[in-house]
Design a protein around this ligand. Structure first.
Ligand code: PHE
Length: 492
């Protein structure tokens, strides 16, 4: 049965929920390690350019179009041209894959929250992370069985997601008033603690000194653009769904600016906490900042715990706070991914939202189990890399082309401007029609060529095929299949 659409209880509820979706593990876990990997300060310039040329315009687009059509992503693209519906389904499927592994990272956080109470990693956080916590195997081909504490963490994550969202967006609007500011406050404590540690200045210098040579490397640019997509929750259909619950007479353009700046400001701020602490670690170890960690997802789980153990006082308290922060950061991003999927499915087949939510949570939990095995980290790394480098940019390009060339972008601009505090001008059309698709297209092709030459991180080709290419291909073909399936309903 069709239900009347539920709306956010206030504009603030919508903005805070959207910030909650954007601000997540991506800001504190992913941003610093990507930034570190590409030379610290060097990364900030492309990152900022990506924000202005793509992040903000695309967010305005997603908010505007979501609000205007007031449906989930597949239905929104259907309303532009019915043959475009697949793009919305592809975004929904992409959200599904991301939430599989995103919830697994949250499961690690639960595990670490437990271990922080006794600082169980001792003085060898690396061994602890790989051997004890993840029980890592020798390669992606050796699954090595389920690691039960992580499995339990995954279950807790999904129970939390379910309990928060099954009551609908009004309830979500209330929960986010706590889960969004809380981790940012905790982050403030870490920044203060970080910058007052010995050696902090070296870490901050590494973070803030630009290295213009790195700007010539296209990989840095692609990494910056994909980080912006991931971090702002763009091209997932999530923001379209969130904006679809926003009444038509409410502002969108200014909300997009607020969300984007709040998100990137938080990442930048998190950089202070992380890099000052890295400076401290370099000081303790007597090495330079660029040698202090192996880059990669281990930053939050190896390097930061090491730093916590070395703190002069109250280590346990900081340990617990750190993982509590990651969990509260991650939860609203995780449930926003689920909301995007639920909106698409419920709107398409006119299903009861609570029931669809339950089903999506069960499938989400089941899909995450692979990442709780001993080979979980390998698969997570491969899937994350391919999805972000090859799936997201393609969706972004196609999204811009559809709206820019097949839809009256002026009409959308007029709709947005009608109720917005900030009026957007021609610059927006130019970004959508030319700047974003061209930049993304060039980088995408260049990167495709490079990755054909050298296998990512030296993983075996078959694993890259299964966890990388195949997943990306399935997402795109799956989008078309879902479009075809939904057409048979014939009720639109
Ligand atoms: N933006 C979230 C983060 O930075 C991740 C996310 C991506 C959430 C896409 C929703 C949709 O952690």
């Amino acid at each position: 049965m069709a239900e009347t659409r539920e709306y956010w209880n206030s504009r603030a509820g919508f903005i805070v929920a959207a910030i909650g979706s954007a601000v997540g593990l991506g800001n504190v876990w992913r941003f610093p390690y990507v930034c570190y990997k590409y030379g610290g300060g060097a990364f900030l310039i492309p990152y900022f350019i990506a924000l202005v040329t793509t992040g903000i315009p695309l967010m305005i687009l997603e908010y505007g179009i979501g609000q205007m059509v007031a449906k989930g992503a597949p239905q929104v693209f259907h309303s532009i041209r019915k043959h475009f519906e697949w793009l919305g389904w592809t975004a929904v499927l992409l959200s599904g894959v991301v939430v599989f592994y995103y919830s697994a990272v949250m499961a690690w956080c639960f595990d670490y929250l437990y271990h922080a109470v006794s600082l169980a990693w001792g003085d060898d956080a690396q061994t602890f992370f790989f051997q004890k916590s993840l029980q890592i195997t020798n390669g992606p081909g050796e699954l090595g069985g389920i690691v039960w504490p992580i499995f339990l963490g995954l279950l807790l994550t999904w129970i939390s997601i379910f309990l928060i969202i099954y009551k609908g967006v009004k309830a979500v609007g209330k929960v986010v008033m706590i889960t969004v500011p809380l981790p940012v406050l905790i982050l403030g404590i870490f920044v203060l603690r970080g910058v007052t540690l010995p050696g902090a200045a070296d870490g901050l210098a590494y973070y803030l000194t630009p290295d213009f040579k790195a700007l010539l490397d296209p990989e840095v640019w692609l990494a910056a653009y994909s980080q912006i997509f991931f971090s702002l929750s763009l091209a997932f259909g999530v923001l379209i769904a969130y904006a679809s619950y926003l009444p038509r007479n409410k502002d969108t353009a200014n909300s997009a600016f607020i969300t984007s700046f709040a998100n990137c400001g938080t990442s930048f701020f998190a950089g202070f906490a992380v890099f000052s602490a890295l400076g401290f670690l370099a000081h303790v170890k007597g090495v330079s900042v660029d040698k202090v960690i192996a880059d990669g997802p281990g930053l939050a789980f190896i390097t930061y715990p090491t730093i916590i153990s070395n703190l002069p006082f109250w280590s346990i308290g900081f340990g617990v706070l750190f993982f509590l922060m990651l969990l509260t950061l991650g939860i609203d991003s995780a449930f926003s991914l689920v909301e995007g999927i639920v909106a698409g499915v419920a709107d398409e087949w006119h299903l009861n939202k609570a029931r669809v939510t339950t089903a999506v949570c069960v499938v989400g939990f089941a899909g995450g189990i692979i990442f709780t095995t001993g080979a979980g980290l390998y698969w997570l790394d491969i899937v994350d890399h391919f999805i972000l480098q090859f799936g997201l940019p393609v969706i972004g390009i196609v999204e811009c082309i559809f709206v820019g060339y097949f839809f009256d972008s002026k009409r959308l601009r007029t709709h947005i401007n009608m109720h917005s505090e900030i009026k957007i001008g021609l610059w927006w059309d130019i970004c959508i029609k030319y700047v974003t698709p061209i930049l993304l297209g060039v980088m995408f092709l260049k990167n495709l060529y490079e990755s054909m030459k050298t296998p990512y991180e030296g993983y075996p080709q078959w694993a890259l095929f299964v966890g990388g290419w195949l997943v990306v291909i399935i997402i795109f073909i799956g989008g078309v299949v879902l479009m075809k399936l939904s057409k048979t309903e014939g009720d639109r």
